[in-house]
Write a protein of this length. Structure first.
Length: 132
């Protein structure tokens, strides 16, 4: 690039912080027209969307489940005692499945069914009666 007004030559694509801030200032308060908004929307639909067929990450799901406060109560079949004396967080279905003799997929199916599976009952709410 050529020198202009005493600036050092730069590689193409590199913009200084000052230039970026000036561009940012000039774009503040700007609104796209309805036509431009429609074009931008069309350019990111379906397979063109970078999040197409991608769900939230495991970490995001765990944080959301903790905030939702959903818990899994696992009771022993013989004494109907709560396993670990506390419920598992729903975000830890995977960790509960690692500790217990059940897969995460089966655990979601057996949740609140009232049927024991491999010596345990699985509920989303605390129970005080043994199921029949």
């Amino acid at each position: 690039m050529l020198k202009s007004s005493g600036e050092e030559p730069r590689e193409p694509g590199i913009i200084s912080w000052l230039t970026r801030s000036k561009i940012s200032e000039s774009l503040k308060g700007r609104k796209d027209s309805e036509i431009t908004r429609a074009k931008k929307s069309e350019s990111r639909k379906g397979i063109l969307n970078p999040f197409y067929r991608k769900g939230p990450g495991i970490k995001a799901l765990d944080i959301a489940a903790e905030k939702a406060g959903t818990k899994i109560y696992v009771y022993e079949t013989t004494k109907f005692n709560l396993v670990n004396n506390k419920p598992f967080l729903r975000s830890s279905i995977r960790s509960a499945a690692k500790v217990l003799p059940i897969s995460a997929n089966t655990l979601t199916k057996k949740l609140d069914s009232g049927k024991s599976f491999k010596g345990y009952y699985y509920y989303s709410k605390p129970q005080n009666k043994v199921p029949k």
